[in-house]
Design a protein around this ligand. Structure first.
Ligand SMILES: Nc1nc2c(ncn2[C@@H]2O[C@H](COP(=O)(O)OP(=O)(O)OP(=O)(O)O)[C@@H](O)[C@H]2O)c(=O)[nH]1
Length: 390
């Protein structure tokens, strides 16, 4: 069954309106501004297609030139949305597209002008759409699977609009925008309906993918220090722990603030929070390449090292201990010094689990606390273990 242009146009109006509403609702949940641009773009397509119905009543300026112009404007909004999504600045030159569109409102009617209108319109849409697809190319960090889909859908849509200009330029091709007749119009409408669905699907996919990644990132982080939390460490540790061997031992450093409660009690919880953030930053800056760090909770932090040695553990632990002691001393006055205790364990066999390793670290940490705090205790569990170091 062949669908006539009017039926296709009516389908376009309904579909574009539904997509505009859907994207607006999606925006309410996701709060991604690109969705608002895209929703407005689909609303414009719906308005433009409704106006296009008026050409049958002889309202050619509104029904053809203005309606087709809205199609250009809607693609421009697609592009603005993609620019927002990819955090790209829109150049001023892109405003020219709207100027050309306004200028086209002045075109007189007639089949020849229909052709010129169609070519200029198509090239503008192709330019905008291909540029939008270009913005979605992978750069450094991936924009995700949804963005890759959107990129190819927009590219295909742009190439279709370029291809559309070729038959228009062949002498004798029938294009009568006023009577709404001709094969190109028919093909354009079918492509339009398909593109509407594909673009809308890939747009929501793009935004949802980013949202899921953001939620994943947030779920992996401790909100105060932005370090990995225990769950994130558990997910990432096995890779590092399994790499331990006699020639490439691994280590865990369990770090706990001494007398931290005094900071909270005497200077307020906010001061305690600032100290935790400062320690997190200190750890982050001291972290060797390939190491992992996390805040386990409260005032307890952990570092996992790969391919390390006793000397490296002591150097790292002592460095942190000294810097933290100096920082706490100048920041807060307390009856007892606010310092760091570090319990470390060196291993050359993959441990049974991260929890088991943390338990071993706890034993060393307890020794430090019991012996007066402000120190590092190391338990060497390698085959060539030397006596405990202090
Ligand atoms: N400011 C702040 N305090 C916290 C946070 N989480 C836990 N705490 C506090 O950290 C303190 C940790 O307690 P402990 O480790 O037993 O106290 P401590 O004074 O460091 O004692 P030692 O470790 O034995 O030296 C408690 O007072 C908790 O209320 C947080 O996110 N922010």
């Amino acid at each position: 069954m062949a669908l006539d242009p009017l039926t296709l146009l009516t389908m376009t109006i309904a579909l574009a309106l539904a997509v505009a509403l859907y994207l607006a609702l999606e925006w309410r949940t996701v709060q991604e501004p690109a969705l608002l641009f895209w929703s407005a773009a689909f609303a414009l397509i719906s308005i433009g297609s409704t106006l296009a119905l008026l050409r049958g009543s002889g309202l050619l300026l509104v029904g053809i030139w203005f309606a087709n112009g809205l199609l250009v404007a809607s693609h421009w909004l697609f592009y603005a949305g993609v620019a927002r999504f990819t955090e790209t600045r829109l150049g001023r030159a892109w405003g020219l597209v709207l100027v050309i569109w306004l200028a086209m409102l002045l075109l007189p009617e007639g089949p020849q002008w229909s052709k010129i209108m169609l070519v200029v319109n198509s090239l503008l849409i192709a330019l905008i759409t291909i540029r939008a697809s270009f913005l979605l190319r992978p750069r450094g960090k991936s924009l995700g699977a949804g963005a890759a889909q959107l990129r190819f859908v927009l590219l295909g849509h742009g190439l279709f609009y370029i291809a559309k200009t070729f038959p228009v330029l062949v002498p004798g091709t029938l294009i009568d925008l006023a009577a709404f007749r001709g094969e190109i119009i028919q093909i354009s409408l079918v492509e339009g309906v398909m593109a509407l669905m594909l673009i809308a699907l890939s747009m929501t996919g793009t935004v949802r993918y980013r949202r899921e990644k953001r939620i994943e990132r947030l779920a992996a982080r401790d909100p105060l220090t932005a370090m990995y939390n225990r769950r994130a460490l558990e997910a990432r540790a096995p890779h590092l722990l399994d790499a331990a061997s006699c020639t490439r031992p691994g280590a865990l450093l369990l770090i706990d603030i001494d007398n931290f409660k005094l900071v909270n009690d005497l200077h307020g919880h906010g001061a305690g929070d600032r100290l935790l953030v400062a320690l997190g930053e200190m750890i982050r800056l001291a972290l060797p390449e390939g190491a992992l760090a996390a805040r386990l909770g409260g005032d307890e932090f952990v570092i996992l090292l790969r391919n390390t040695s006793r000397a490296q553990i002591v150097e790292l632990g002592e460095g942190l201990r000294e810097r933290f002691r100096a920082l706490a001393a100048v920041s807060f006055s307390t009856p007892q010094a606010v310092t760091l205790s570090v319990g470390a364990t060196l291993f050359d066999q993959p441990p049974a689990s991260l929890a088991a390793l943390i338990e071993q670290g706890d034993v060393a940490l307890y020794q430090s606390k019991r012996d007066g705090r402000d120190s590092i205790r190391l338990v060497d569990r390698t085959a060539h273990a030397e006596p405990l170091a202090g």
